[in-house]
Structures are given as structure tokens and as C-alpha cells.
Design a protein around this ligand. Structure first.
Ligand SMILES: NC(=O)c1ccc[n+]([C@@H]2O[C@H](COP(=O)([O-])OP(=O)(O)OC[C@H]3O[C@@H](n4cnc5c(N)ncnc54)[C@H](OP(=O)(O)O)[C@@H]3O)[C@@H](O)[C@H]2O)c1
Length: 275
């Protein structure tokens, strides 16, 4: 696959903001059909309008779907079939986090996180893969996280869902090697998107630490992801600081990681609550 790889029909989940919106913008010149999926239909329609103005030849489809509802995930496949759409690029990007201790978390938010970050991503991959294999053409991009490399206190479920995404992507990639269908796990560090607001527990919730120093622009994250996909890489950690952090995390012994994470938690406990 070349760096300028193009696709016929790309489906991007979580296209209403952040990285998903950016994937849609950067994929638009390379595809014939673009399917935008998320719950906030107005934002999707606004994005479709902007992309349509820039790329009038492109067919853009907006599908307002709550991926935390299994029935709606099932209906998405039906909606695509109705329009005769067969995605050959699936970008499983939709996701959310919840920052704070597990015991006081709201179950509804944890359940949404498990369903969107894990179940919907797995379901959509399972739904669209057979057509890719039959046609001998396609690619899957799963948006994971640098957090997938680490058990993170106060981010326990989120980090675990992303460990799933990275592990699933790596294994699936090997299964699909003979079919010529690349699978890429995109593992960003902090990026300025709506993610932090959703992860924060309301006005009085704590902000996630380290985000300013570490953050990488969403445009760079997506650009590096698309280059990695074209080069058939298994994983990408966009941005130099993120790549360096990933290298350190992957060579540090687990005992040191536990000590570091424990120290980080103690520091958090001493911080005053956010205004
Ligand atoms: N930002 C970061 O620091 C960061 C770092 C590492 C990895 N990531 C990952 O990057 C991905 C994109 O997040 P982002 O940073 O771009 O955050 P974002 O701006 O909050 O975007 C999240 C997207 O997911 C969609 N989504 C959430 N729940 C959904 C549901 N139930 N059904 C359908 N769509 C849903 C949202 O759309 P609606 O609300 O309209 O449904 C939105 O489009 C996520 O998988 C996240 O874990 C982010």
C-alpha cells in the first residue's frame, strides 16, 4: 500500500468532533463515498456541508447512530445496505473516557464506555470484514490510545478498553495477513478535542493531568495515522513525545510502572479539587 492510498467508501465513527472530524476531512480527497457516524446529527450535517463544498464530487452520508445501543449498531449495517454502501475503510474512532476513581463512577458512563470503545468497535469490524475479505480489498483503523500500554489509576476502565483495542488490532492484523487487509492501531497521547470535557466528571470533576505539555494537534495525529496506514504499520504513536513515551513504557519493567503510577495517584490525592 502506497502513502497516497485511496479508498472507495470510508466509514468514520465519532465523526462529529475531534479526531473523527479530522479523519473525515483528511480522507475526503481520497475516497468516493464517505459515511459519517455519531449521535449529534447537526454536527455531522454541518461537517458534511463543509466537506461537500470542498469536494463536490464526493458522496457523503450522515448516519446518526448511538453506538452504545447494540440495536442501533445493527441498524447501521442495514442503513448502509439500503444505500448500497460497502465500506472498504473502517475507521473505528468513536470513544469516550471517564476520569476519576472507579468506585464512585456512574455505571451508565462505564457501560457506555465499554459498549462504544470495545463492543461497537468489535461489532462493526465483524460486520464489515467479510465483504473486505471477499473483495480482497480494505483496511481497518482502530483508534486506541497511549493509555493502552499502561494500567492507569483513575482511568482504569478507559485504559483497559484501549488495551483491548490495541491487543485486538494486533491479533486481527496477523489473522488478516494472507488477505492483504491492513489493520492499524492509532495510539495518540493527549489531543485537544472534546475528549477531556466528556471524561471530566462535571464541573467539579478533576482535569486529566499532563495534557498541555504533552498534547499533539489533531491534524498531526490523523496525518501520521494515514501515513502509517499507507505504509502498512501495525501501530502508530503520533508525535515525537508520544512515540518517546511509548518506547519508555514498553521497556520499563512492570514493577517500576506500578511505582510510577502509585506515585502519580498520591500526587493527585494531594491536589485541591477543581473549582
Ligand atoms: N483526545 C485525546 O486526548 C485522545 C487520546 C487518545 C485516544 N483518543 C481516542 O480518540 C478517539 C476520538 O476521541 P476524540 O479525542 O476525538 O474525542 P471527542 O472530540 O469527544 O470525540 C468523540 C467522538 O465519539 C463519538 N461518540 C461518543 N459516544 C458515542 C456514542 N454513544 N455513539 C456514537 N458516537 C459516539 C462522539 O460523537 P457524538 O457525541 O456526537 O455521539 C464524537 O464524535 C476516541 O476513541 C478516544 O478514546 C483520544
Amino acid at each position: 500500500m502506497q502513502p497516497s492510498a485511496s479508498f472507495s467508501c470510508a466509514l468514520v465513527t465519532g465523526a462529529s468532533s475531534g479526531l473523527g472530524e479530522e479523519f473525515a476531512l483528511q480522507l475526503a480527497p481520497r475516497v468516493n463515498q464517505l459515511v459519517l457516524v455519531a449521535r449529534r446529527e447537526t454536527l455531522l450535517r454541518d461537517l458534511a456541508g463543509r466537506i461537500g463544498t470542498l469536494h463536490p464530487q464526493l458522496d457523503i452520508f450522515v448516519m446518526a447512530v448511538d453506538l452504545a445501543v447494540p440495536d442501533e449498531c445493527g441498524q447501521l449495517a442495514g442503513m448502509l445496505a439500503e444505500h448500497g454502501l460497502i465500506p472498504d475503510l473502517l475507521v473505528n474512532n468513536a470513544g469516550l473516557g471517564d476520569y476519576g476513581e472507579f468506585v464512585t463512577s456512574e455505571w451508565s458512563k462505564i457501560a457506555s464506555m465499554l459498549r462504544v470503545n470495545v463492543e461497537a468497535l468489535t461489532y462493526l469490524t465483524h460486520a464489515f470484514l467479510p465483504d473486505m475479505i471477499r473483495r480482497g480489498d480494505g483496511a481497518i483503523v482502530n483508534v486506541s490510545s497511549l493509555a493502552s500500554l499502561l494500567a492507569i489509576p483513575d482511568f482504569a476502565v478507559y485504559a483497559a478498553t484501549k488495551a483491548y483495542v490495541t491487543s485486538f488490532s494486533e491479533a486481527l492484523r496477523l489473522e488478516l495477513r494472507g488477505h492483504g487487509i491492513p489493520v492499524l492501531a492509532v495510539c495518540p497521547g493527549p489531543v485537544h478535542t472534546g475528549f477531556g470535557v466528556v471524561a471530566k466528571r462535571g464541573e467539579r470533576g478533576r482535569n486529566m493531568p499532563g495534557r498541555e505539555w504533552f498534547h499533539v494537534p489533531k491534524e498531526q495525529v490523523v496525518a501520521e495515522a494515514l501515513v502509517a496506514l499507507a505504509r502498512d504499520r501495525a501501530r502508530v504513536y503520533p508525535g515525537l513525545k508520544t512515540a518517546a513515551a511509548a518506547l519508555v513504557l514498553s521497556v520499563l519493567p512492570i514493577v517500576l510502572l506500578r511505582l510510577a503510577m502509585g506515585a502519580h495517584l498520591s500526587r493527585q490525592d494531594k491536589m485541591p479539587p477543581q473549582p
